[in-house]
Each structure stands twice: as structure tokens, then as C-alpha cells.
Design a binder for this molecule. Structure first.
Ligand code: CUA
Length: 158
């Protein structure tokens, strides 16, 4: 079978790209330990306010965990609870959030915290706030007429 030179080059490129992608995923998953965000924690969206830890939104100090603080958020159209929170500089924080109604976003501007909050699921992210300042939380999933009004604020203080 005769193959044109360009066809061979194109075939080699395709196989090469596939190998590069698989190696990248393999290194990321098995060497760096990256995992897709889990949707394993579920919650009854109608009983969010009666379900721990969402009974007490806000920042809580915790002991004996990999993180020092838990920062709990309940999102609903069109606000976050709490509206504002102070976090001590250098704190290792587990952000735990959910929504009581529709899908909302949870993006902390200027950081790599960016979660989707889905009804029935708990979204979590661990981070260390090592730069003082104000961080705006915005909703980046269109959720209705008040979408653009949805925000909250984290103040990282010394
Ligand atoms: Cu909540 Cu857009």
C-alpha cells in the first residue's frame, strides 16, 4: 500500500499528539495526584439550612483536620450567606458551599478558587490565604434576573 508522504506525517502527528495527551493525563493523575472534583457529597437542597455544616454559615476554627478553618457558604438567588467574612492571613481554609435553589457559581476573583454550586451537591475546595486584602466572590453561572447582583467578600487580615 502506498501512502503519500504528507499522509504519513499527518498520521505520525496524530499518534504523537495522542501519546503526549495520555502521558500528560497519566503524570497529572498518578504522579501529581490530581483528581476530578468529586460530587460524592450530596445534600437535600430543601433541607440545606437544617443540615450541618450549613446550619452555621461563616468561618469556623477546626481541630484535627488538614485545614485550620472551615468557611461555609450557602448560595441562593441572589446572594451568598455570609455576605462578608474576615479570614486571618496564612489560614489554611476548607471552603464548603452549596446552593438551595439553582446552579450558582463561586469564583473568588484573583485566585484559582472557582466552583460550580449545584443543587443537591456540596462543593469543597482547600486553599491558603497568604496575601492580605479584599477578595470579591462572584457568581459566574447565569442564575436569573439578579445574577449580576450576587456577590460576597472575603477580607484577609493580619
Ligand atoms: Cu447566582 Cu448567577
Amino acid at each position: 500500500m502506498h501512502m503519500h508522504k504528507f499522509e504519513k506525517i499527518w498520521l505520525a502527528f496524530g499518534i504523537g499528539a495522542l501519546v503526549v495527551f495520555l502521558v500528560t493525563i497519566g503524570v497529572s493523575a498518578f504522579y501529581l495526584g490530581n483528581k476530578p472534583p468529586s460530587c460524592l457529597t450530596t445534600i437535600n437542597p430543601e433541607k440545606v439550612n437544617q443540615t450541618k455544616p450549613f446550619t452555621e454559615p461563616g468561618l469556623h476554627k477546626v481541630e484535627g483536620k488538614e485545614w485550620n478553618y472551615e468557611l461555609v457558604y450557602v448560595a441562593s438567588a441572589f446572594s451568598y450567606n455570609p455576605v462578608q467574612v474576615e479570614v486571618p492571613l496564612g489560614a489554611k481554609v476548607r471552603v464548603i458551599a452549596t446552593t438551595t435553589d439553582v446552579v450558582h457559581g463561586f469564583e473568588v476573583a484573583g485566585t484559582n478558587i472557582n466552583m460550580m454550586l449545584e443543587p443537591g451537591y456540596v462543593s469543597e475546595y482547600t486553599t491558603t490565604f497568604d496575601k492580605a486584602g479584599e477578595y470579591l466572590i462572584v457568581c459566574n453561572e447565569y442564575c436569573g434576573a439578579g445574577h449580576h447582583l450576587m456577590s460576597s467578600k472575603i477580607e484577609v487580615v493580619k
